[in-house]
Design a protein around this ligand. Structure first.
Ligand code: 13P
Length: 287
């Protein structure tokens, strides 16, 4: 059964570890992440971007696939199904469709409008027992066609949004989606520390988990980060494994590639990536 992400993240914040949010794109991605979480006895959050939701035939299809997979695979660890970077309209769609968590990304609105819309969505999500994440300060880089500049969040604005009753808060601290450029200045721990001082027990979220050095991840967790999002690293691992399979020429005597064997290699690569991240984030054995 799907659960809200609130309890698992409150526990993570109190226990000084982070739960990974891994984005899903299809059946193989989902299966790989669920099986790894179960094997490692770790809570997990499945992230769905609006683009991935559309690709997978809509949010109700995603909810059906994930719920049935949890049953078929005998998954007993806590699993949250979370809309990633949702617009106002799509938060409502996911609340209706049976997601157990949503993120409202109102960071591009003026702060007053972000506050008003977040407040309304908090009430709608909580009425159904669904957790909600909000964002302050843009996360840099491109994700699903949405380009963010990557500015650091204002700690006072973070406090204002945290006080609206959101369950966890994404704050820009110099993090970027996708690969980090060679001249990246690193995370702003000064900003993170100021945010955590003002927001107290609120679990903080670090987007752009791909390519952040392990020591920075650990420091971020020590300063209140309890959820870390990873997408690009799974994509890179999947692409490398499937490319290798094709280049090895394992086709079926002119009949093309066996899709299940090809995708099994990609799935194994995602599993290895998810395992490495869960170990780094400290969520292994915390289910
Ligand atoms: P990466 O693509 O950098 O791993 O970030 C994922 C993310 O933050 C999803 O919201």
């Amino acid at each position: 059964m799907l659960v809200s992400a609130k309890e698992m993240l409150d526990k993570a914040k109190a226990g000084h570890y982070a739960v990974g949010q891994f984005n899903i794109n299809n059946l193989e991605w989902t299966k790989a992440i669920l099986q790894t979480a179960q094997e490692l006895n770790s809570p997990v959050i499945l992230g769905v971007s609006e683009g991935a939701g559309k690709y997978m035939c809509g949010y109700t299809t995603v909810v059906g696939m994930v719920n049935e997979m949890i049953k078929e695979l005998g998954i007993t660890v806590p699993v949250a199904l979370h809309l990633d970077h949702g617009s106002y309209d799509h938060c409502y769609k996911c609340i209706e469709a049976g997601f157990s968590s949503v993120m409202f990304d109102g960071s591009h609105y003026p702060i007053d409008e972000n506050v008003a819309k977040t407040k309304e969505l908090v009430a709608a999500a909580h009425a159904k027992g669904i957790s909600i994440e909000a964002e302050v300060g843009a996360i840099g880089g491109e994700e699903d066609g949405v380009i963010g500049k990557g500015e650091c969040a204002d700690p006072q604005e973070c406090k204002a949004v945290a006080d609206l009753g959101v369950d966890f808060l994404a704050a820009g601290i110099g993090n970027i989606h996708g690969k980090y450029p060679a001249n990246w200045e690193g995370l702003s721990f000064e900003t993170l520390d100021a945010i955590q001082q003002l927001t107290g027990d609120m679990p903080l979220v670090l987007h752009g988990g791909t390519g952040i050095p392990a020591d920075m991840i650990k420091k971020a967790i020590s300063l209140g980060v309890a959820k870390i999002n990873v997408n690009t690293e799974c994509q890179l691992a999947f692409a490398a494994a499937t490319r290798k399979y094709i280049e090895a020429g394992k086709d079926l005597e002119g009949k093309g590639f066996d899709p299940r064997k090809l995708l099994a290699d990609g799935t194994a690569a995602i599993k290895a990536t998810v395992k490495e991240k869960m170990e780094l984030f400290g969520s292994v054995g915390k289910a």
